[in-house]
Write a protein that binds this ligand. Structure first.
Ligand code: SAM
Length: 275
């Protein structure tokens, strides 16, 4: 039986092309087109934008993006075995899917976007996803080339991305994401939704860049948050010592007996600009 989009069901595609999931590539596939459509919809209106999808695999999310009207999808996949399955999708949606085979970590993703309004959507292995997210959050040019990012993470990581000051999950990732974007968890995805199922629950995070984040040097902000959260249980006057904490705290009027997790993003920016 054909799927919602007239292409063969993903289970058949995987079987036909021998796409048994490889642990080394962090492959946990989503086979339910209703679920991948829900992810596509949480990326917003795609009819006027190109979508940059990282790690399409056998194409479950890719198909949902196209089915939900994405004007164009540019996908980067590392696993060559996925080529025939992705070519079938490209043939079904002429001119709307471009697939690049390579490592997303070694690809100039911004250059692929050239000239088009872009939304980034990805279900990636956890470590690759976090590394790319940090790169996308720390781009030197701002506003960035993308209009939004809709990304799958382990729920625990998603909670760190959207964490507010004062919560246990608040740390370097929360400061970075809160500084440059509005980030929220769209919904959770249970392990059983994946083939094979991972050990933990995942969450879809949607991030929209702020037009004008408070000005700060991103490298220095990184050093300040690293020092502050590196010893998160210690008072700032202790944890910031290595970067001249006493002077920074005096210059910003921030109480040195406070701990990193109590500081707002604006306070981290103030410390950064005092360095
Ligand atoms: N998007 C598909 C889905 O939702 O069913 C596949 C998700 S699977 C968790 C992650 C995908 O990312 C796999 O297809 C894997 O081969 C690919 N991948 C892993 N590391 C990558 C990298 N560095 N660059 C590009 N793709 C990568």
């Amino acid at each position: 039986m054909a799927s919602l989009d007239g292409l063969p069901p993903l289970r058949e595609v995987i079987e036909q092309h021998g796409l048994n999931a490889k642990k080394s590539l962090g492959q946990n596939f989503l086979l339910d087109l209703n679920l991948t459509s829900k992810i596509a919809r949480s990326a917003g209106d795609l009819t006027q934008t190109a979508v940059l999808e990282v790690g399409p695999g056998p194409g479950g999310l890719t198909r949902a993006l196209l089915l939900n009207g994405a004007k164009k999808v540019i996908a980067i996949e590392r696993d060559e075995r996925c080529r025939p399955a992705l070519e079938e999708i490209a043939a079904h949606y002429p001119g709307r899917l471009e697939v690049i085979f390579g490592d997303a970590l070694k690809t100039d993703i911004g250059a692929l976007a050239a000239g088009l309004p872009i939304r980034i959507v990805a279900n990636l292995p956890y470590n690759v996803g976090t590394e790319l997210l940090i790169r996308w959050l720390t781009l030197p040019e701002w506003p960035p080339y993308y209009e939004s990012m809709t990304l799958m993470f382990q729920r625990e990581v998603a909670q760190r991305i959207v964490a507010a000051p004062g919560s246990d999950a608040y740390g370097r990732l929360g400061v970075l994401a809160g500084w440059r974007t509005n980030a929220k968890i769209a919904f959770d995805v249970p392990p059983q939704a994946f083939t094979p199922p991972p050990k933990v629950t995942s969450s879809i995070v949607h991030l929209v860049p702020r037009d004008a984040p408070l000005p700060a040097d991103v490298k220095v902000l990184g050093r300040v948050t690293e020092a502050a959260f590196g010893q998160r249980r210690k008072m700032l006057r202790q944890s910031l010592k290595s970067i001249g904490g006493e002077r920074l705290l005096a210059a910003t009027g921030i109480d040195g007996t406070r701990r990193a997790e109590t500081l707002s993003v604006a306070e981290f920016v103030a410390l950064t600009n005092a360095v």
